[in-house]
Ligand binder design. Structure first.
Ligand code: PEP
Ligand code: MN
Length: 262
């Protein structure tokens, strides 16, 4: 237990902090193979996987649910990579913690809803776990700050921010416009809080991931969360934006890092 906690703490302190893994956990084999191939690159600090997926329309794949949590536990055992999962309800928080998920994150569709954020925060009371909070889907900084405050008031000391862009109607270059100035303002207001960028959900496509990731590093972000999949084109969610673990390693190799990161 001590070892596990120490390594989550190491990852949390690491700069740049690189989080990767599939949009969704699909099968045990997929999770284990993704984790193994990511670990082999030596460039990833934490494994992400969506277990409960907040889909825009009903009828899409909504995640494997709690049965996927032991797969992550197994992946952690196999690779030593700490794990991160999105939670949107009190029950999901309980289940994720029951199966030793190391880091929880609040998704963009949850950050917009104070009732949901409060429910998650209440389930976190008395628990010591790092929590990452994505920006809300709409460009409302106060909602993002409110979510941080609710989680902080529940006693969570390690809180980080994820900038995943802001949605708008119609097709744009980005799936979710980055609106960098908003994230920079959030960073200015929370100078000691970890902030990482999520190029996958900003871009919605593979070809511009590098460009956005580089911009984030140029703007002094603390790390990146990028989705990866063993067979991106056949992913059960977000197929267009995922890359293989090896492509991720290539992309990370192309980024011009800050001097202190090298
Ligand atoms: C995800 O990370 O797969 C996800 C659903 O992200 P977001 O909350 O940013 O849409
Ligand atoms: Mn996704």
């Amino acid at each position: 237990m001590e070892n596990q906690k120490r390594s989550v703490q190491d990852a949390w302190q690491k700069r740049p902090l690189i989080i990767s893994g599939p949009c969704s956990a699909e099968t045990e084999e997929q999770v284990l193979e993704t984790a193994t191939r990511l670990a082999k690159t030596g460039k990833v600090d934490m494994l992400r996987a969506g277990i409960w997926k907040p889909r825009t329309r009903p009828g899409s794949f909504e995640g494997v649910g709690t049965k996927g949590l032991p797969w992550l536990q197994q992946a952690r055992k196999l690779t030593g990579l700490p794990t991160a999962v999105e939670v949107a309800t009190g029950k999901q928080v309980e289940d994720a913690l029951h199966f030793d998920v190391d880091v929880l994150w609040i998704g963009a569709r949850t950050t917009v809803n104070p009732f949901s954020v409060q429910e998650v925060a209440d389930a976190l009371r008395g628990v010591k776990v790092p929590v990452l909070i994505k920006n809300p889907i709409n460009p409302d900084l106060e909602l993002w700050i409110g979510a941080v405050e609710r989680v902080a008031k529940a006693g969570i000391e390690q809180i980080g921010l994820i900038h995943r862009g802001f949605s708008s109607y119609g097709n744009t270059e980005f799936r979710n416009a980055p609106m960098w100035h908003l994230a920079i303002e959030m960073k200015r207001r929370n100078p000691n809080m970890l902030i990482i960028n999520d190029p996958s959900h900003i871009c919605g496509r593979r070809d511009i991931l590098l460009e956005v990731a580089q911009e984030a590093i140029n703007l002094d972000y603390d790390g990146l969360m990028i989705e990866s999949h063993i067979d991106p084109d056949n992913a059960w969610s977000d197929a267009k934006q995922q890359i293989t673990p090896e492509q991720l390693a290539g992309l990370l190799g192309e980024i011009v890092w800050r001097k202190e990161d090298i």
